[in-house]
Design a protein around this ligand. Structure first.
Ligand SMILES: [Zn+2]
Length: 703
């Protein structure tokens, strides 16, 4: 089951402008720039027949300049601050910047090239500085605060109140409430943290690249396929093969390698890659968690996680730790059962050693084959890409929400494989434009994601223009694209994000559609995955590409059974990593970290997750999500939204499943609400109660 996906670029970053006046060549650079005006295409879709690589840099600089000027105007206004001259003006200040960066961010992730990469490198250092210039601007903040403090007397509508709240909290989170002295301290901490984070990332990348196991006897690679062995041959040396590592604790080759010594060697190399020696990141980890604790204290919070979670659905680290504690018993109990099963398999194979982490995947694979006998080549003929999309993903959306789809061939795209559809509501009114970009290519980042070219807002009278990106291998010319079940689920997942964007009905773009906290945004997408295996939907799309025959019941059963396989292990390793993230970020400034490994063991032990056979998915020393990415005190979000998605699906199961009535209720109460309501309350009103963990326990087969 696919559980973790990259969801890049969901939030629009406010870029920075640090121009000086002598830049007079700007006007020439901008002549005919397609970003200066709204696109005249349907739905203001970006006109890729006009947009050139060279247009981005001048357009981004101009957009930043426009924003800076708009902000100057807000600050200089001598009139009493009002919602319109402050909050609304701030919201409008980024209009052009959104227009350019929505397209720029999409291309740098899905279809990049050297020119775009260069622009990215030049533009991104300006970001942090400009962000500070806006959000640490005292005069601007005092106006925002004046509105916020008197918001209840201003007769604002609900959404305007929410927008005032959104901007105020954004300023406060950035440190706008601090004294000038503390603002300087905060800036220094932020700068140091950014440097440490970059250093962590670089060290980890170097360690990953340098950690290889040299094999000189090909017999030691027994179990790997011929092509896998050919792929790892060191072409510069005779009789040498190189086993490389990935960023997780478990290594992909461990499920194939028959030689136990080689397995152990490979596992341990990954486990200790950054835990000492040349690529030691322990010092960086310690320094970063200490600085983050100091930052939180400066901002008036008891710990970093409390600061990070203030505007999320979970709200507090305690709520998150409480959820984890509820999941641990079922998860570890199942993992222990799986371990026993694997131990029996080891014995059956005539061995008598005790199961270790480096044996798990190798023997789990044998258990899986014995129990489920699911062969990918057996199911792939039933999952042809266009069938899955139109007769599966779209079909489910029509059944639930009444929406319909019409292929468009007249909308320009940024790459020839991208296909577009226009969406309509049940009453025939236009809903938006959808781009599907599914094939892998060298110019595309890994993973799968969704984002907007145009964000829905009634402020600008705009309907959503949305794209989904995946990385499916493109078949040879004339061959069908056959998906594995993981890819089928991913397609449903990304379209779940798309629906959240399409059904948005907000006035202001900043709080429209998917602009919600991280521990909510993966809920509609994970929820939508459920329809992939729903009988009525599956029967409609899982058709053999050769003769159109329906997928046999026996195969469906196998897919369902296999989906809960090894879930004790999977959940336990993610719970361990999630707990580590939260426990590192709930220390206070008095906590002294003597040793990273000691802290880690103690922390895992305290939450009953120090399970020898099931090590954490990431050890602190290579936990890039939290020390090099944006997921510090946020790794829990995946599990949090999984609980919501399974619990919401349970509502559908309790109320006749795939019906228009259920779909409409979900659209009205959740998918159309953007970030206008308190998320916890929004959920409870839809569900009729607080989310429960039992449906997730059941979906994972842990009951
Ligand atoms: Zn997602």
């Amino acid at each position: 089951m696919k559980r973790i996906l990259i969801l890049a670029l969901l939030s629009i970053t406010i870029l920075s402008c640090n121009q000086n006046k002598k830049n007079t060549s700007m006007n020439n650079d901008l002549k005919g720039n397609p970003f200066l005006k709204e696109s005249t295409l349907p739905y203001h879709a970006p006109d890729f027949t006009k947009i050139k690589n060279k247009d981005f840099k001048p357009a981004l600089l101009e957009a930043m300049k426009q924003q800076s000027e708009a902000i100057k105007k807000i600050v200089k206004n001598s009139k009493q601050p009002t919602f319109d001259n402050t909050i609304l003006a701030l919201e409008k200040s980024k209009e052009m910047l959104d227009r350019v960066s929505n397209v720029f961010n999409s291309l740098t992730a899905a279809n990049t090239n050297d020119t775009l990469k260069k622009v990215q490198t030049e533009i991104s250092p300006l970001e942090a500085k400009h962000f500070d210039e806006i959000y640490l601007n005292n005069k601007l903040f005092s106006k925002v605060k004046a509105i916020y403090d008197t918001r209840n007397n201003l007769k604002l509508d609900g959404e305007s109140l929410k927008l005032a709240d959104y901007y105020y909290k954004k300023f406060v989170a950035a440190g706008a409430n601090l004294s000038d002295e503390n603002k300087t301290k905060l800036k220094d901490i932020n700068t140091e943290l950014a440097t440490l984070s970059t250093k962590f990332n670089q060290t980890l990348l170097e360690a990953n690249a340098a950690t290889t196991i040299e094999i000189h006897d090909v017999k030691k690679l027994a179990g790997m396929s011929k092509s896998q062995i050919a792929n790892i041959k060191d072409k510069t040396k005779e009789n040498t093969w190189l086993l490389t590592i990935t960023n997780t604790t478990q290594q992909s080759q461990l499920q194939y390698l028959e030689n136990r010594e080689v397995r152990k060697q490979l596992f341990e190399a990954g486990w200790s890659r950054t835990n000492g020696g040349k690529y030691n990141t322990k010092g960086l980890v310690t320094k970063m968690v200490e600085l983050r604790a100091q930052k939180a204290k400066l901002l008036g919070f008891k710990n970093y996680a409390s600061w990070r979670l203030q505007n999320t659905m979970a709200k507090t680290p305690e709520a998150v730790l409480d959820l984890f504690a509820k999941l641990v018993p079922a998860s570890t109990a199942k993992a222990h059962k799986e371990a026993e099963e694997i131990q029996r398999m080891i014995k059956k194979e005539g061995q008598n050693f005790k199961l270790e982490p480096w044996d798990w995947n190798f023997y789990a694979e044998k258990v899986r084959k014995a129990k489920y006998n699911l062969d990918e080549s057996e199911i792939k003929p039933y999952f042809e890409l266009h069938n899955v999309l139109e007769k599966g993903v779209f079909f489910a959306a029509t059944k639930l929400y009444g929406i319909t789809f019409k292929k468009r061939t007249d909308i320009p795209t940024y790459q020839k494989d991208v296909i577009t559809y226009e969406l309509f509501n049940e009453d025939g009114t236009p809903l938006g434009l959808f781009y599907a970009d599914y094939y892998a290519r060298p110019s595309k980042s890994g993973g799968a994601w969704m984002d907007n070219f145009v964000t829905q807002s009634t402020l600008y009278n705009k309907k959503p223009v949305i794209y989904n990106v995946m990385n499916i291998a493109k078949p040879a010319e004339g061959e069908p694209t056959l998906l594995n079940f993981d890819e089928v689920e991913t397609m449903f997942h990304e379209f779940g994000h798309a629906l959240h964007g399409f059904f948005a009905s907000q006035h202001y773009p900043s709080i429209s559609g998917t602009s919600v906290s991280r521990d909510f945004v993966e809920f509609p997408s994970q929820f939508n995955e459920h329809w992939a295996l729903y009988p009525e939907v599956l029967k409609n799309y899982a058709l053999n590409y050769k003769d159109g025959s329906k997928i046999p019941e026996t195969l469906i059963k196998k897919i369902k059974n296999a989906s809960t396989f090894n879930q004790g292990y999977s959940l336990t390793e993610v719970l361990a990593a999630s707990n580590l993230d939260m426990l590192w970020h709930t220390i206070n400034t008095d906590t002294k970290i003597k040793d990273v490994n000691q802290f880690e063991n103690k922390a895992l032990n305290s939450v009953h997750l120090l399970v020898k056979e099931v090590p954490t998915r990431y050890r602190s020393t290579y936990f890039a999500h939290i020390f090099a990415g944006g997921y510090s005190a946020g790794y829990y979000s995946y599990l949090w939204t999984e609980v919501l998605s399974d619990d919401a699906y349970q509502y559908f199961e309790e109320h006749n499943g795939l019906t228009r009535e259920n779909g409409q209720r979900f659209r009205d109460m959740v998918l159309s609400r953007g970030n206008t309501l308190e998320l916890e309350k929004m959920y409870e009103e839809f569900r009729g109660s607080a989310p429960k963990i039992e449906p997730m326990i059941k979906a994972r087969g842990l009951n």
